[in-house]
Unconditional design. Structure first.
Length: 128
């Protein structure tokens, strides 16, 4: 049984990962509204913070999505990250990608609202 709180979708898009002055080119393999898995040949460690730029190529115009994320898992083939900082416009783009690829906007909205409420409650109980 999965512990995922948010729908995860397969999604292949180019990604640029920056870490400690190094830059790596890779490919996103799947994503949710809280994180993603990126195929990159790098030496980052769990807990490291990385800057990620996704290159979204569309028919009308090309867009980029900039994110700050924390590495939660490393594998030979890449890294899993949890988003730490998502600009509002980037968040809307990610949400549209997940909704489009699941075909279940009501499910994605309900999951995300529950996820936000749980995080707000955690912050209230454990302020930094």
């Amino acid at each position: 049984m999965s512990n995922r709180k948010l729908s995860r979708v397969s999604y292949n898009v180019d990604a640029r990962v920056r870490h400690c002055g190094e830059e790596y080119e890779g490919t996103v393999r799947n994503l949710s509204l809280s994180g993603m898995f990126i195929d990159i040949p790098s030496e980052v460690a769990i807990g490291d913070t990385v800057d990620v730029t996704l290159s979204l190529v569309g028919t009308d115009n090309d867009m980029t999505v900039d994110l700050i994320a924390e590495v939660t898992r490393t594998e030979v083939k890449g890294i899993a990250v949890r988003f730490r900082d998502i600009p509002l416009n980037s968040h809307g783009i990610l949400k549209n990608i997940v909704v489009y690829n699941t075909g279940q906007p009501d499910v994605v909205d309900a999951e995300y609202q529950r996820y936000i409420r749980q995080n707000i409650e955690k912050e209230r109980k454990n302020p930094s």
